[in-house]
Design a binder for this molecule. Structure first.
Ligand code: BGC
Length: 747
């Protein structure tokens, strides 16, 4: 790959952020068969041939564990060449590799300057070929991009002269070049403003009606030198004023300086998370909405899942879940797209990945990310809080429910797509993670102590605590058992001998029951054993076992005996009732809570939680105007104030994982783990009048699976579609299971 090309960089700093690296070359005077460009960069690059943009991807080469590998993009540019002289050029912004990444502006995480590598191969009809490859001596010029940074935004000055900087110099980059593995990042919806506002503070604000990830394009004809300064925000404050204090140090500031001609501005090397923009400076007193378009940017995954029901609020929740995913599946699965994080938090990723794989075909997306997980896993098997690495050691932890992404993600992908090659590639990662937990000591079959994120943002340790009340030891040991069980299943699916891990699983499960439970119930309290907690995390010295999250994990991870289930489930329901028919769970308990209820005969209570509108609940944010998922149940409080400024994202998809209950239980579509990828489908809908009807489908490799249920008087009617090449087992409420062949069925 990239024959004869070498890494190059600018010979000097000429005071701009982005330089143009260019090379002119002549086509030979004979028929050209094919022209292929391969390129990559430390930073993010744009490529042009004869002034026209190459390809439709943005933010290339994407974000991988740069230290280990960088993707190379390949473009067919045959149609872009012209007879005689041609000009190949590149711009490179700092991107994730060089710019601000992580808390507190950890600049230059990978490198302290950008570099480029590229090769254009010209293949002629007579079989000969020429290569135009990056080498010292390429021309380097300034560009109008004066500053650019993922968190900070971009400044483009169309009045700035383009000046020669000198000749490119050779650079040394130590990493492995690999072909593009993930999906391309591309532009998607173009959204027109729904309103142009003058806020009470007399600021000019544009509302695009949808919180999203991407950037705003402005078309403007304004006097030369006039400035557009644009800030981004997700919500207005309770007085209706522009607000973005929750972005923390990430400025999200785009500045455009007009040429005096018609200009079209949008950033080329960064992106923002926003619904609103404030025109902090603007050449005119009014803003014409026609001049602005918000462009959604995300990984180009194929949409596979669809859902509609008779309840508008639940439909809005689903809309918010979809937009949460679009906003956060931008090359890597991120926590949020706006503040100074946008990191591949492993916990958020594993929580949402089942829902993610229903909504979109995420197989390629996760093939790439799991590759980085594998590369960054420590020799001991630890998987850190964020992948690709972007935080200093003290800022990331080896935490239960985060590191477990190592087992949960491969297993969920296998269920969704049935791809054994992917599972096989990830099996060593799963094993190493389980071995890591096994080695944590002091008890062989438990994970006690350590630094965890715990039941992050749960509500049962006081409203302002970042961590819930559930014992971290209990959570960590429950996940030790769960991940080991997934490893056993994965190994068995691949035909491996899993005797050793089956024994380990039995031991962990027994140790868990012994240490954390008595008389079939979790014990009430445990001592705090964490090494340290961050200062903003309020953690009581006593950690609890009798919580909604603990009961949920015990039930859903099968850490109880069958005979113990009724009492455990009844206790869970009792705690939910005591909390006013509400949950108190955070990142760890919430994804499984409704499953734990329905699996134990309490679908009615699961529906009560789903339909709850009081905080904490899924519909609380919907009732408060959300268009994406919020980080906190009550990111905006009842009185209109904000939960906090420093941890309050309005585009955090984790709680959107509730859709895998809506899809898998309320609508009732689940793949059979023994015939994954929906080759055999278990269909078991749990209809409820509160939804009116539910109509959901997923496009699988075999075709579309669809379940539609609705009420006909007192009766529930079902329409079911099973694609060719698959079979299904249908279990309707209070009826024995029946086997279905491919086709359309009505009951
Ligand atoms: C992120 C989370 C993440 C967490 C770890 C936060 O700052 O936004 O979503 O999982 O840190 O506790």
């Amino acid at each position: 790959m990239l024959n004869n090309a070498c890494w190059i960089t600018s010979p000097r700093d000429a005071g701009v952020a982005v330089y143009r690296y260019q090379k002119s070359f002549a086509l030979r005077n004979k028929p050209l068969k094919k022209a292929t460009l391969q390129a990559s960069a430390i930073g993010v690059y744009t490529a042009e041939l004869n002034g026209a943009r190459i390809g439709n991807a943005v933010l290339t080469p994407g974000w991988t564990s740069y230290k280990h590998r960088i993707q190379v993009q390949t473009y067919d540019v045959t149609g872009m060449l012209r007879a005689g002289e041609n000009l190949l050029s590149f711009g490179i912004g700092q991107g994730w590799a060089v710019g601000c990444i992580g808390y507190g502006h950890d600049n230059h995480y990978t490198a302290d300057h950008v570099s480029l590598i590229a090769a254009l191969t010209l293949t002629y009809a007579d079989g000969t070929a020429d290569t135009v490859a990056t080498a010292p001596g390429w021309d380097v010029l300034t560009t109008p991009v004066l500053s650019t940074d993922i968190y900070m935004g971009e400044t483009v000055d169309q009045t700035a002269p383009v000046e020669p900087v000198g000749k490119a110099v050779q650079d040394t980059v130590k990493t492995r070049l690999i072909p593009q593995v993930g999906e391309w990042i591309t532009e998607h919806e173009r959204i027109a403003p729904i309103a142009v506002l003058r806020t009470p503070k007399n600021e000019l604000v544009i509302d695009f009606g949808q919180n999203m990830t991407g950037y705003v394009e402005v078309r403007i004809h304004a006097p030369r030198g006039s400035r557009i300064v644009m800030h981004h925000g997700e919500v207005l404050d309770r007085d209706g004023n522009f607000y973005n204090a929750n972005y923390r140090s990430a400025k999200n500031e785009n500045i455009y300086i007009c040429s005096g001609e018609e200009d079209v501005f949008k950033p080329s090397y960064t992106f923002q998370g926003f619904r609103y923009i404030r025109l902090t400076e603007y050449p005119f007193d009014v803003a014409d909405p026609a001049a602005f378009r918000a462009i959604a940017v995300h990984s180009d995954m194929k949409r596979t899942g669809h859902f509609l029901c008779g309840n508008e609020k639940i439909n809005q929740l689903y809309h918010n879940i979809i937009w949460g995913q679009k906003s956060n599946y931008l090359d890597i699965p991120t926590d949020c797209p706006q503040r100074d994080e946008r990191l591949g938090w492993t916990g958020d990723t594993q929580v949402f990945c089942r829902t993610g794989a229903i909504n979109y075909d995420t197989s390629r997306f996760f093939r790439k990310w799991m590759g980085d997980v594998a590369l960054e896993q420590t020799p001991e098997g630890a998987v850190k809080g964020v992948v690709p690495a972007a935080l200093k050691n003290g800022d990331t932890r080896i935490s239960a429910a985060w590191g477990d992404a190592a087992c949960v993600v491969p297993w969920e992908l296998y269920l969704a797509y049935g791809n054994k090659a992917d599972l096989k590639r990830n099996l060593p990662v799963m094993k190493k993670w389980v071995e890591y937990m096994h080695s944590t000591g002091p008890a062989e079959f438990l994970w006690l102590g350590g630094m965890h994120y715990g039941d992050w943002l749960a509500m049962d340790a006081g409203e302002d605590s970042y961590v819930g009340a559930t014992s971290n030891d209990l959570i960590a040991s429950a996940f030790f058992a769960y991940s080991t069980s997934l490893l056993v299943k994965a190994g068995e699916a691949l035909g491996e001998d899993m005797t050793e891990y089956r024994t380990l699983y039995r031991n962990v499960r027994a140790a868990f029951r012994d240490y954390f439970m008595e008389n079939g119930m979790p014990k009430a309290e445990f001592p705090l054993t964490e090494v340290t907690v961050r200062k903003h995390e309020t953690v009581d010295s006593v950690r609890r076992g009798m919580t909604q999250t603990a009961l949920t994990l015990i039930l859903h991870f099968d850490l109880c005996e069958e005979t113990e289930r009724p009492a455990l489930a009844a206790k869970l329901v009792e705690l939910i009732r005591e909390a006013g028919n509400r949950m108190t769970t955070g990142f760890v308990g919430t994804p499984y809570l409704l499953h734990a209820l329905s699996e134990n005969g309490y679908s009615d209570v699961a529906y009560t939680l789903l339909m709850q509108e009081q905080n904490p609940s899924w519909l609380y944010s919907v009732c408060h105007g959300a268009t994406t998922m919020w980080e906190h149940w009550n990111s905006i409080k009842e009185d209109g104030s904000f939960w906090s400024t420093n941890m309050n994202s309005f585009n955090h998809y984790a709680y959107g994982s509730v859709f895998d209950w809506i899809f898998g239980v309320a609508c009732g579509i689940k793949t059979d783990p023994n015939a994954p990828g929906y080759r055999h489908i278990n269909i078991a809908p749990h209809p409820d009048r509160c939804l009116g009807f539910a109509d959901t489908s997923i496009d699988t490799a075999y075709g579309t699976v669809r379940v539609h249920w609705y009420y006909k008087g007192d009766r529930v009617a079902y329409e079911i579609e099973i694609p060719q090449g698959t079979t299904a087992t249908l279990t309707l409420p209070n009826r024995p299971p029946v086997e279905l062949q491919a086709g359309s069925w009505m009951f």
